[in-house]
Design a protein around this ligand. Structure first.
Ligand code: DGY
Length: 326
C-alpha cells in the first residue's frame, strides 16, 4: 500500500502529480489555513506531511500522529519545526536550502534599492496624481553604490547579497555572524567581519538575513535602532520577530532612522498598524523567494525529500539526519 502524505497548503499541480505517483495524497488546494487542531486531525494516520513555513510541527502534533515519519518544509527557514521534539520522536525534518539562495539575494538587494531610493513612496505619489513638476529634491534618497552595507547573518543568502553589493555596486561590505567566515569566503564576498555594535553604528544600509531562533528574537530593538545612523536604512528579509516592529515604527516615525524595507513581520500576515501608516517603509508580503522557477524548485525539493525517505529511507536535505536509520 502507498504511504499517506498530507500536503498542508496549496502547491503547484505538478507537485501534487509527482507526489500522487508515489503516495496516497490528501491535499489542500483551496489553501485553507488550518488551526493547529485541524492540522493535527488531518495529519493523523499520515506518514509524511508537506509543509510551508506556516504550519507548526511540535510535540502536540507529533503526539497525535504516531505514524508520522517525515515533515518536508517548502522553505529554507524551519522555525515552524520543533526539531528536537521531532528528533526525539524519530520524525525526519527537511528544508529547501540552496535552491532559493540567489533569488532571495536578488530580492534583498532590490528591497534595499527600493528603500534607499524611495521607489514605493514615489510611485504612490505619482499614482495619486500629485506629480505636477520636477523638483531638485523630490524623493531624494540615500546613495547605494559606494556606501557601506552591513549584513547580519552571513549564510548562503547573506553571502549572495555581499557579492552583489561588493562586486556589482562597489559597496564596502561589513558583516556580523555567529561565526566568522573562512578567509577564502571573506575574500570572495569582499566582506569584513565586525562586531554587531560597529556594524550598526557604521553601516549606511543594514540587511538582516539571520535565521529566527530564541537567541535572534529582536536582534534589532529600540537600543540597536538608536545606535544606527539617522540616515541609515534597515532591510529585513529574514523572519518576523528578528526586528521589534513596534520599536522600528517609532524610529521611522520620529526620524531616528531614514527608512526600512520589510518582507517579513512579527505575527504575519498581520502587519503592525503603525508601519502601515508610514511612508518611509517599503512593505512586501514575504515574497523574497517568489519567482516561479525558484518556488517550483523548492516544491520539487520538498517532494523529493518525501519520496526519497518514504520509498528508500534516504533524504536529500535533512535537518536531523540522526533519525535516518542506516
Ligand atoms: C524560506 O524559504 O524560509 C522563505 O522565507 C519562504 O518561506
Amino acid at each position: 500500500m502507498k504511504p499517506k502524505v498530507l500536503v498542508a497548503r496549496a502547491v503547484f499541480p505538478e507537485t501534487l502529480e509527482l507526489l500522487r505517483a508515489h503516495f496516497h495524497v490528501v491535499s489542500n488546494q483551496d489553501d485553507h489555513i488550518w488551526t493547529p487542531e485541524e492540522l493535527r486531525s488531518r495529519a493523523a494516520g499520515m506518514q509524511g506531511v508537506f509543509t510551508t513555513g506556516s504550519e507548526r510541527i511540535d510535540a502536540a502534533i507529533l503526539d497525535a500522529c504516531p505514524e508520522l515519519r517525515i515533515c518536508a518544509n517548502m522553505a529554507v527557514g524551519f522555525n515552524n519545526f520543533d526539531v528536537p521534539a521531532m528528533t526525539a520522536k524519530g520524525v525526519l525534518a527537511t528544508n529547501t536550502p540552496d535552491v532559493l539562495t540567489e533569488t532571495t539575494a536578488d530580492f534583498g538587494f532590490a528591497l534595499m534599492m527600493a528603500t534607499a531610493r524611495r521607489m514605493a513612496e514615489s510611485e504612490h505619489f505619482l499614482r495619486a496624481g500629485h506629480w505636477d513638476r520636477w523638483r531638485f529634491d523630490m524623493f531624494a534618497g540615500t546613495e547605494v553604490h559606494g556606501s557601506t552595507l552591513g549584513i547580519i547573518g552571513m549564510g548562503r543568502i547573506g553571502q549572495g547579497i555581499a557579492k552583489r553589493a561588493a562586486h556589482g555596486f562597489g559597496m564596502r561590505v561589513i558583516y556580523h555572524n555567529r561565526s566568522r567566515l573562512s578567509a577564502d569566503l571573506e575574500s570572495a564576498c569582499k566582506a569584513t567581519y565586525v562586531s554587531k555594535e560597529e556594524l550598526l553604528s557604521t553601516a549606511d544600509h543594514v540587511m538582516l538575513v539571520v535565521p529566527y531562533s530564541a537567541e535572534s528574537h529582536h536582534t534589532i530593538g529600540a537600543k540597536e535602532l538608536g545606535s544606527m545612523k539617522p540616515s541609515a536604512t534597515l532591510v529585513n528579509i529574514a523572519r518576523g520577530g528578528i526586528v521589534d516592529d513596534a520599536a522600528l515604527a517609532q524610529a521611522l516615525a520620529s526620524g531616528q532612522l531614514a527608512a526600512a524595507g520589510l518582507d517579513v513581520f512579527e505575527g504575519e500576515p498581520k502587519v503592525h498598524p503603525s508601519l502601515l501608516k508610514l511612508k518611509n517603509v517599503v512593505l512586501t508580503p514575504h515574497i523574497a523567494s517568489a519567482t516561479i522557477k525558484t518556488r517550483m524548485a523548492m516544491a520539487q525539493l520538498a517532494a523529493d525529500n518525501l519520496i526519497a525517505y518514504l520509498t528508500q529511507g534516504k533524504a536529500i536535505t535533512p535537518l536531523n539526519p540522526q533519525v535516518i536509520k542506516s
